[in-house]
Structure formats: structure tokens, C-alpha cells
Design a protein around this ligand. Structure first.
Ligand SMILES: NC(=O)c1ccc[n+]([C@@H]2O[C@H](COP(=O)([O-])OP(=O)(O)OC[C@H]3O[C@@H](n4cnc5c(N)ncnc54)[C@H](O)[C@@H]3O)[C@@H](O)[C@H]2O)c1
Length: 253
């Protein structure tokens, strides 16, 4: 694909790293103007500098779990570019590792606030803008843990299943209003999050590539970005309400 989003405006939350950065760059390559949203300015500005080499973009510092901050980022995007056509709600945290207490209440509230409520809030303000223009495409980042479960990862699994349910309900709500809503469910992708939580070269990383991800390697952030770009493009005009695994066969086992 090339130029499939020419003249469109796309917003990416968590655009300062990993999957979000790769997708922001892919949106720009396809001709979209890109609003990068992240609560870490260093990462957001790095992505912005990369975008500026191929297209047009802006960085907005916002925490997706704070309604006023994400509302302002969405509104500023529309003020500058005149519309919001595509949104990738991807900001997320890994939370406490699976070896920690799964009943840790602090971890529960933090992971749900960012990984689930953050998607809910982002969608609320994006939909408001998209309805004004008669449509748009939204993609949310769920996970293979939005489709299957992992012992120990109570909060993360619940949040990502929540994103899958929210995606389907919103897809039905807006199916006749021109807004398509889908989710991607990445497998194990080589990003800073996986470097932090799994550790590259660790026993766990070897277990993943040997047993959990049949393709035999970690995914690349760019491989998720391609799926997101397609879901946002006119080529996916009949696709809404899906939770698409992009996981090297993980959930086929
Ligand atoms: N990497 C994987 O294997 C994998 C697998 C399945 C799902 N995911 C999901 O993909 C998404 C991206 O993960 P990644 O691997 O690229 O991680 P990452 O840590 O590399 O990037 C996440 C980005 O989100 C930002 N962020 C976190 N909380 C935020 C908040 N409250 N407000 C604004 N920005 C915030 C971070 O600053 C960071 O820039 C997450 O939702 C994650 O749960 C990742």
C-alpha cells in the first residue's frame, strides 16, 4: 500500500515508542498527517522528528487516563488539521509482571485506568469529532491476552478483554454512522515493553519463540503497523467489530 491515507488526519496514542511509533510512521508514509499523543515527551518528540522527514505531524503531551488531557489533544488535532479521520488507541502499560501478586489492587487500578479507561476516553472524544464529519476509522490495541488468558496477569488480561468488548460494542453503535471500529491483538512484539517485561535473550524469551509463537520469532512493530494501516484504509471498508490477531500463530494453537 502507498498513499492509501492521502489527505487524511490520523491520531496515535502511545506514539512515542514501539508499536505506536511504527504505526505513526506508517500513517505518514501513507500520506496522513499524524498527531502523536504520549505522556512521555522525549519519545513523542523523537517520533515527531522521524515523521517530519517524510511528512507532517504534531506531538501532544497527554495522559490517556485523564479525560481533560486526551480531550484537549483530540480537539487540538482537529483545530490544526480540520478533521480526524483515523485513530489508533494504543497507549498501554505492562503493569506488574506475572510473577507478582495478581491481586495487587494498586496494579489493578493503574492497568485498568490506562489500558481500558484510556481507550474508552480516547474513543469518546474521537467519535465526537468523527460524527461531525460523517465518519472515520478507529483501531484499538488489544492483545492476544484480549482473546486468551495468562495466569498471573489478571489486570492486563481483564483490560485487554475489555478493549475487545468495547471495540465490538462501539462498532455496532456506529456501524450506520460511517465509523468503523476494530482492534488488533498483537502477539509477542519486539518493543521496549517486551524488553522490560520479558528481557531479550532470557529463558522466557526463548520459551516464547520456541513454544508460544509458532512463527518462531518475536514480531516487529512494523508488522502490527501494516495491519492498522489496512484497517484504517478504504480497502477495509466492510470490516468493523473485529479483534484481529497479528500474532505469528499464537492464538491458533
Ligand atoms: N509488545 C508486545 O508484545 C505487545 C503485545 C500485545 C499488546 N501490546 C500492546 O501494544 C501497545 C503498545 O505497546 P508497546 O509494546 O509498543 O509498548 P511501549 O512501552 O514500547 O510503548 C507504549 C507507549 O505508550 C505510552 N503510554 C503509556 N501509558 C500512557 C498514558 N497513560 N498516556 C499516554 N501515553 C502512554 C508510553 O509512554 C510509550 O510511549 C500497548 O497497549 C500494549 O499493551 C504489546
Amino acid at each position: 500500500m502507498s498513499g492509501s491515507l492521502e489527505g487524511k488526519t490520523a491520531l496515535v496514542t502511545g506514539g512515542g515508542s514501539g508499536i505506536g511509533r511504527a504505526t505513526a510512521l506508517a500513517f505518514a508514509r501513507e500520506g496522513a498527517r499524524v498527531a502523536i499523543v504520549d505522556y512521555v515527551p522525549e519519545g513523542g518528540n523523537q517520533t515527531l522528528n522521524m515523521i517530519k522527514e517524510i511528512g507532517d505531524g504534531r506531538f501532544f503531551k497527554a495522559d490517556v487516563s485523564k479525560p481533560e488531557e486526551i480531550r484537549r489533544a483530540v480537539e487540538q488535532t482537529v483545530d490544526i488539521y480540520g478533521a480526524l479521520d483515523c485513530a489508533f488507541n494504543n497507549a498501554g502499560i505492562e503493569g506488574a509482571g506475572v510473577r507478582n501478586d495478581p491481586w495487587d489492587q494498586e496494579n489493578w487500578h493503574r492497568v485498568i485506568a490506562i489500558n481500558l479507561t484510556g481507550v474508552f476516553l480516547s474513543m469518546q472524544y474521537e467519535v465526537e469529532q468523527m460524527l461531525k464529519r460523517g465518519g472515520g476509522a478507529i483501531v484499538n490495541t488489544s492483545s492476544i491476552l484480549g482473546l486468551v488468558a495468562m495466569p498471573g496477569a489478571f489486570a492486563y488480561t481483564a483490560a485487554k478483554h475489555g478493549v475487545a468488548g468495547l471495540t465490538k460494542a462501539a462498532a455496532l453503535q456506529y456501524a450506520q454512522k460511517g465509523i468503523r471500529v476494530n482492534a488488533v491483538c498483537p502477539g509477542y512484539i519486539h518493543t521496549p515493553m517486551v524488553e522490560r517485561s520479558v528481557g531479550l535473550g532470557s529463558e522466557m524469551a526463548q520459551h516464547i519463540t520456541k513454544h508460544l509463537q509458532p512463527i518462531g520469532r518475536l514480531g516487529k512493530p512494523e508488522e502490527i503497523a501494516e495491519a492498522v494501516v489496512w484497517l484504517c484504509s478504504p480497502a477495509a471498508s466492510l470490516v468493523t467489530g473485529i479483534t484481529m490477531p497479528v500474532d505469528g500463530g499464537c492464538t491458533a494453537q
